[in-house]
Design a protein around this ligand. Sequence first.
Ligand code: PLP
Length: 432
Amino acid sequence: MNNEKYSAFEFNDGHKAGWIDELKRRRSDGPRLQSPSRPPRNYRLGTNCIHAGTYTDPTTGAVGTPIFQTTTFLFGDQTYDAFMEGFTRDVLIYSRYGNPNHWAVQQKIAALEGAESAVLCSSGMAAISTTILALSNNGGHIISSNDVYGGTYNLLREDLHQWGRSVSFVDGTDIDAIEEAIRPNTQIFFFETLTNPLLKAIPLKQIIALAKRKNILVVLDNTFLSPIFLRPIEYGADVVIHSCTKYLNGHSDITAGVASGSRKYVDRIWAQMLKLGGCCDPMTAFLLERGLKTLHLRMAAHNKNAIAVAGILKDSDQVVAVHHPSIDSYSFPWVREYCPDGFGGVVSFEIKGGNLAALDLLSRLKVPSTATSLGGVESLVSLPFNTSHNSLTQDQQIKIGIRPGLIRYSVGVEDIEDIILDLRCALEGVTL
Ligand SMILES: *Cc1c(COP(=O)(O)O)cnc(C)c1O
């Protein structure tokens, strides 16, 4: 390492980047639309899903947020003031910087997460890459889990060293391993609150306590749980990320991502997003706002169906293992304390007979389509061995628990009777 290159870079207390604590400018929540109605803060989750952030257009009185399909906005005195005084995030200038459709969604997601602010990106990966680059710098070190989402793993492993960051991968459920991996320059812990596809849960409170003690930022990917089931900011996490492509939108028809947290951090992430360019387009933001209005209803239905599916699988003699927090043998029971209301819609299970038997089962299932992704209203099934984890050798797969015959079922919100009959018949070798 070229020490000279890093000499201008200071770590305070040896950890998170020194400049972060210098960001002392007074900040309001937001940015916010000037809507005449609705205090967003005091409502419960379901009401916020529907109402928070909605922009009531004064010209037409339209009840929902209109689509602002524009790249640019008329300059006024406020725009020039914003440029002069450095608060360009709070006025409408150009749609990469912000658009009313972004602001509406950001306000809604911030209300759901209990965050001051949020920034919308073009995909979950855009939110992840932008956040990590914004909150670390040249010479910094990141600790993550060896079974994070494939795209994240590839970014951390293949690209971050090119930007001067080093990364250690540990077992994210092992607090001692995390502590041992800490270096004087560790700036970020990046973990998923519930992992793909084995639904491993991190020891959330211990990770956050360790991070606070060592002055390290905690960035959590909460895609599998959604803010309906877990709001990590309430526990002290610094930034929460979602692939909105999954549950937040819920209809498998857009790609988007979001990062939420204090205004101080989200302003940094926004400034990084401007440079990397991963902004969301207005039409996508509109669709996401519409999807979010039913998030609470969908999550309750996903959860109920997934628990029923896990129960059927547990009782089948064709199934070797079921990975779901509702099952007695589940190895990370603390998640039940963090998520008393549910765990989302993903269940994974291992079938007798390995990958060939798994492929065979997929061909018999009729309710779920065989496709990657998750979190949509429709059920989907896929095999990690030939999709999300196919870049690993079989030995590497087994090491992180991806054993032959593993199937990931993203349980949708269809009628549970149909899901169960379909699953039972497929397991018994009957083709309907
Ligand atoms: C899908 C997914 C991502 C990536 O999201 P995109 O919107 O596809 O970029 C990141 N993290 C998790 C946990 C995911 O499931």
